[in-house]
Write a protein that binds this ligand. Structure first.
Ligand code: ADP
Length: 593
């Protein structure tokens, strides 16, 4: 059964390991996908907010030419009412593409006015930088994140044109659709404080639990623009500040969105196209999406403006998400380790419980056997004194002994055997009492030498008329200890009695008492039969008797030493035994002084 259980436990352990690693791998994949998905959603939300602040301001070139600010004011009004971050845009500037016209600045609700640049060198520098960025239309980039500015080209369109923003994924494949020249550029300067201080934290809070993930945003050269982490590889990344939407995003002509939603290559729309963007799908020239305006005669040409000219992919900033513990892989591995530890811990507990049950049942069996041995040895012990008493009594009753001297000898005999019997009964009762916790000790300050003298005196009768040498060595100045005199003396008597009983013909024993290290030591040693190593471990257990003494028919009940142990422990001390088979034994009682 034990073997079967062991095999079962090992099999369970292996299965558990396999399942847990499989589950952990699957969980890991799932968590990674989830983090990536959350990062993408965050980026989409972020980019949508930026794109709204970009495409929304695409207005007709005519209004720019004629300084008619009403359409722009309307757009601004619309945007300010609909955005959750009205402070996202710091300023609008307008630069004409050609000529030396001074830059214009948007005065909210009024219109664009000439910048009084001379008043502020700071603004002069800024405007200079902005102008540089739009100087070369071929290398135009809509996102100039180091200036916190988005540039929106205003093209020289004619009334019949629709204006469409098209993103090309592969810039080297030219679009078949033509581009009108830019009339000017609208610079939308973003408020960095709102971007990194409000927009980003809001979105991070929406998508990531701060106890689980940390987020970092870095610019094109890898410098952190927003950071909750110091370093380390990101578990998921996404691009921010991307003004080239992946899906059709439409700002003015909602019906156009609906009509080209299903990706046809030719779409006819009713009204003028104001702005939308889409991703060109086919590589071949002919697969470009053409949008025709219905009702225009001749049919209008449709033009495109690429928003990601020269941008490899995505936005200028990179969002990196990292598990708080360092990496998602590390976290998953540590979770696996923890789960395995718990699983194996439980299996180990199971194994330990089974082992404990087996050991305790073996112990119970051994104890039961010892109790049986005890009953038979006690009966045996009782038999001799009872036989002596019986025959002495019979002799007295029959009048065999008549002389006073003889009668008193019989009396002594009966008395002696009676005392043996009663001390045996006492010992058994003591053991039962101590085990049931009924035994009460009466601790009093007691001189050690008195206890030793008392025990030696009490056991002297066991020697009978043999020439037995009992040596007592009591160190001078022993302290008075708090002890139950009777109990401690009884423990000592048990040890002395054993030394006499197991003397094996060597009629010598020594009782010594000394103190040191805050302890009083009382030692009983003999040169008797000694105890084997395996017996030595068990002699203090109740009913235990060495096989050798049972075989040699030396009387005893196996309770003496267990009583010694109980008594010493009740005194806060302990008892130790050393012995060598055939050479003798040494028992030491140590109690705190
Ligand atoms: P008992 O003496 O009645 O058998 P104890 O509990 O006093 O019971 O002793 C337990 C066993 O320890 C003894 O049976 C004996 O095998 C061994 N033993 C105890 N004291 C000695 C000793 N002084 N010399 C040799 N063996 C001893």
């Amino acid at each position: 059964m034990v073997g079967g259980l062991a095999v079962l436990l090992v099999a369970l352990g292996l299965l558990q390991y396999r399942w847990m690693t499989q589950i952990s791998a699957a969980e890991g994949e799932k968590s990674k996908a989830r983090v990536k998905d959350q990062a993408d959603r965050l980026a989409a939300d972020f980019n949508r907010e930026i794109q709204n602040a970009y495409f929304n301001f695409q207005t007709d070139v005519d209004s720019w030419k004629s300084n008619n600010w009403a359409p722009f004011n309307e757009r601004y009004q619309y945007w300010a009412e609909n955005t959750a971050y009205p402070t996202l845009i710091r300023e609008f500037y307008f630069f004409e593409a050609k000529g030396d016209a001074p830059a214009l600045r948007y005065d909210r609700g009024v219109g664009f006015v000439t910048v009084e640049a001379a008043n502020s060198p700071e603004i002069t520098t800024k405007l200079g930088q902005m102008k540089e960025r739009i100087a070369d239309p071929k290398n135009f980039k809509p996102v100039q994140e180091d200036l916190d500015t988005l540039f929106l080209p205003i093209h020289l369109t004619e009334a019949k044109d629709g204006s469409i923003v098209v993103r090309t994924r592969t810039p080297d494949i030219p679009l078949s659709l033509g581009m009108p020249q830019p009339y000017g550029y609208l610079a939308i300067e973003l408020e960095r404080e709102t971007v990194t201080g409000r927009l980003l934290p809001d979105l991070i809070g929406k998508y990531f639990d701060p106890n689980e993930f940390r987020v970092q945003v870095t610019d094109r050269s890898g410098n952190a623009v927003f950071s909750q982490v110091s370093a380390g590889d990101a578990d998921a990344t996404a691009r921010l500040l991307d003004v080239s939407p992946n899906n059709f995003v439409f700002f003015a002509n909602r019906e156009l969105m609906n009509s080209i939603g299903e990706k046809r290559s030719s779409v006819v729309v009713n009204s003028k196209v104001e702005a939308h963007s889409f991703e060109r799908t086919g590589e071949a020239k002919g697969s470009n999406v053409t949008i025709e305006l219905k009702g225009a005669k001749p049919r209008t040409s449709v033009f495109t403006a690429t928003t990601t000219n020269g941008e490899p992919s995505g936005g200028a900033w990179q969002l990196g998400v990292q598990q708080v513990s360092g990496s998602l892989d590390g976290y998953i591995a540590s979770t696996l380790r923890r789960n395995l530890a718990i699983g194996f811990g439980i299996l180990f507990l199971l194994a330990a419980a089974v082992a404990a049950i087996i050991i305790s049942s073996m112990r119970a069996r051994a104890l039961a056997q010892r109790q049986i041995d005890f009953v038979s040895s006690v009966s045996h012990e009782f038999r001799t004194p009872l036989a002596v008493i019986y025959s002495a009594g019979e002799n007295l009753a029959d009048g065999v002994a008549k002389e006073t001297e003889q009668v008193s000898r019989y009396g002594d005999l009966i008395k002696g055997e009676g005392r043996k019997l009663s001390s045996m009964v006492e010992q058994i009762l003591d053991f039962a009492g101590a085990n049931s916790g009924k035994r009460r000790f009466n601790f009093k300050p007691t001189p050690i030498d008195e206890i030793v003298a008392d025990a030696v005196e009490e056991t002297r009768s066991l020697v009978g008329d043999r020439d037995f040498e009992i040596e007592t060595v009591i160190a001078a100045g022993l302290p008075v200890v708090s002890a139950d005199k009777n109990a401690l003396s009884q423990a000592l008597q048990n040890l002395i009695a054993n030394s006499i009983k197991y003397c094996n013909g060597d009629t010598w024993l020594r009782v010594s008492a000394s103190n040191g290290d805050g302890k009083v030591k009382i030692t009983v040693e003999d040169r008797g039969i000694g105890i084997s190593k395996s017996d030595l471990k068990q002699i203090f257990e109740p009913f235990y008797r060495a096989r050798a003494v049972v075989d040699a028919q030396i009387h005893g009940n196996g309770l003496g030493l267990s009583l010694v142990k109980q008594i010493t422990e009740a005194h806060g001390g302990r008892v130790r035994a050393t012995s060598e088979l055939g050479k003798g034994s040494k028992f030491t009682i140590e109690i705190p002084s």
